[in-house]
Ligand binder design. Structure first.
Ligand SMILES: C[S@@+](CC[C@H](N)C(=O)[O-])C[C@H]1O[C@@H](n2cnc3c(N)ncnc32)[C@H](O)[C@@H]1O
Length: 605
């Protein structure tokens, strides 16, 4: 059972507590730096205390013992409470090593009553083991007592508590519960489950083992239960030795902690060049960071990465990041600044971007003439995209393309391509700056955001529904579905998405005024599609911490989202963020009415 137990042990914790210590196999293999171990069996507690405090003396008492039946019964008859502690400890070891099947069983008055084992060559003098055990025990407090008292007096949030109680018998003959003279009945199992609940609520990480008995499943059904085949050493009949045991894992219950005023974004995260992008979470970064700080995770998947700002936050936090978006422009951003751990675009290569080649195709000049930019600007766009295509290093190429895309977004009023001409031109500095200066400026910012976090990060460009990658934490920020407005990214950003894809593999709608292409299909464009997609994604990532961004004017509603998530995750929480969109209401152009929309962060773990 050790290897599955290691798998469910928390990576970090304050104190290790094991109140049904017995042989303490997990303690000895984990070797925790701070531990409290306890048992209600005074003989066992004396054994570990003596081994910890004076192993040399225990060894001196142990050495003369021999595997002899008469000696066994003589020693068994001794009342250990009359012996020196180290002598009593040596007696316990001797009896355990020579008795039948290594059993521990006592009679009503607490006397050891297992018969002699008749083994050929038992190891009565495990000197090295005892010395190693003594070393491991140096960091442990050892207490005698009932598990409930031990836990009530000592357990604290963030402790790792391992409970290996007397198991529920799986058949009427398999009686493993007579560990001490007090028996462990069904009522005790119920009481133990109540204690597990208390510890879990308090914020402890609890792992419990027991037999694969229906009552165990009833008592612990709200936690994770893993069934394992085991070889149990206690039963004498070989054929009943294999059984099934369960491991119950109750991860600490968390009240998600959020500061009233979140810490402002700082350090590396601030270096991400801000891009105006529909649904960008740039303003929510401090809240997202606050929520993330409640969890331990090594890898993160930003499944709908958009501008890439959340993926970049996670990269800044040192995580191994995988980003995905079905828009090529999004994955170009994250290739340049998240996957890329060091390549920058040199000043020389930047200059070369503006050198016109004879063979430049004039796709933008020809197709979009008079629509979004001046002829001269279109010429710069064609020159740069043609030269960027020739760059062989994928990271340098993605920097050049990200810079071009960013420049095009900046030089467009409202940053979108659903209208043509110069409507909405409010004379902002960004619109006045030349296309070339915008591209140079963007390159500087993107180069400045490139850094290594020591991880192998990846930028993917697929449909979220078909992604197979797993991660410890998955962030889901899909398009918000609302019956009142459309959420089509491709329609808004077709021009820059076309740039990123070189207009290849897109279905051009030549008849349209905007010269857009057909949107990619996504389940988030209909109500039932969105419900179904959330359900599928929550199921797919049921083993990860799931963080979802959604807003109050979208469907599924807050309550629906909570119950969808609760179908797949044990603990579900939501954080409401009062957040006023900075964009004016579309129907009220020029007025100051702001959308009062709440942003939600749902967390399932
Ligand atoms: C709300 S935005 C994400 C914003 C991002 N978190 C940010 O901070 O910039 C939603 C993203 O989902 C992408 N998307 C929509 N449907 C998708 C699908 N089926 N697979 C992958 N990405 C999709 C869109 O391209 C868009 O970038």
């Amino acid at each position: 059972m050790l290897s599955p137990l290691h798998q469910v042990a928390p990576k970090t914790f304050s104190n290790y507590i094991e109140p049904f210590f017995g042989g303490g196999a997990l303690f000895f293999s984990l070797n925790p730096s701070r531990a409290l171990i306890a048992d209600s069996n005074p003989e066992l507690v004396n054994l570990y205390t003596s081994v910890r405090d004076n192993v040399a003396k225990v060894l001196r008492f142990l050495e003369p013992f021999e595997n002899d039946e008469d000696l066994f019964y003589q020693v068994r008859a001794l009342d250990y409470t009359n012996l020196e502690p180290e002598h009593a400890a040596a007696r316990t070891i001797f009896l355990n090593r020579t008795c039948f099947n290594g059993l521990y069983r006592v009679n009503k008055s607490g006397g050891f009553n297992v018969p002699f084992g008749r083994y050929k060559n038992p190891n009565i003098f495990p000197k090295e083991n005892l010395i190693a055990a003594s070393a491991a025990l140096q960091n442990a407090r050892i207490l005698l007592g009932d598990y409930k008292d031990i836990l009530r007096e000592n357990a604290e949030p963030n402790d790792f508590i391992f409970l290996d109680p007397p198991y529920l018998p799986v058949s009427e003959y398999a009686d493993f519960k007579r560990y001490t003279k007090e028996q462990f009945y069904e009522e005790d199992q119920v009481e133990l489950a109540e204690e597990v609940e208390r510890l879990h609520k308090m914020g402890c990480h609890v792992v419990l083992t027991n037999s694969n008995h229906p009552l165990v499943h009833d008592l612990y059904d709200k936690y994770e239960i893993k069934v394992h085949k085991t070889k149990r050493n206690i039963s004498s009949k070989a054929k009943t030795r294999t059984g099934e045991d369960v491991i119950v894992v109750a991860k600490p219950y968390k009240k998600i902690f959020l500061r009233e005023v979140p810490k402002p974004t700082s350090g590396q995260t601030l270096l991400y060049p801000s891009t105006r992008y529909m649904g960008s979470k740039e303003k929510l970064i401090p809240y997202i960071q606050d929520v993330l700080s409640n969890f331990e995770f090594d890898s993160a998947l930003d499944l709908f990465s958009g501008s890439g700002v959340v993926g970049y936050l996670m990269k800044s936090l040192g995580k191994k990041v995988i980003t995905n978006d079905y828009m090529a422009m999004s994955s170009t951003f994250s290739k340049a600044m998240i996957e890329n751990n060091g390549r920058k675009l040199s000043a020389e290569k930047l200059d070369q971007l503006f050198e016109r080649q004879n063979n430049t195709d004039c796709f933008v000049e020809d197709t979009f003439s008079g629509l979004y930019y001046t002829d001269e600007e279109n010429r710069v766009i064609d020159t740069v995209r043609w030269n960027a295509k020739q760059i062989t290093n994928p990271y340098e190429r993605s920097i050049a393309m990200s810079a071009l895309i960013r420049a095009c977004l900046k030089k467009r009023a409202r940053g979108i391509f659903t209208y043509t001409g110069l409507r909405y031109d409010d004379g902002r500095a960004d619109l006045k700056m030349s296309m070339e200066d915008q591209i140079r400026n963007a390159t500087k910012l993107i180069n400045g955001a490139v850094f290594s976090n020591g991880q192998k990060n990846r930028s993917l460009n697929s449909d979220a529904m078909s992604i197979r990658t797993k991660a410890d934490l998955v962030y889901l920020d899909p398009p918000y579905f609302s019956p009142l407005s459309d959420n089509e990214y491709v329609r808004r950003y077709h021009f820059v998405e076309g740039l990123a894809k070189g207009w290849s593999e897109v279905d051009m709608q030549w008849h349209t005024k905007t010269k857009k292409f057909k949107s990619y299909p996504t389940p988030f464009s209909s109500r039932s599609g969105a419900y179904d997609a959330f359900n599928k994604l929550f199921y797919k990532f049921r083993d990860s911490i799931i963080l979802v961004s959604y807003s109050s004017n979208s469907l599924p509603s807050r309550e629906e989202m909570l119950s969808l998530l609760a179908k797949h995750k044990r603990q579900v929480d939501v954080i409401d963020i009062d957040y006023r969109y900075s964009f004016a209401n579309q129907g009220n152009k020029g007025s100051n009415i702001k959308n009062e929309v709440k942003e939600y962060l749902f967390i399932g773990y």
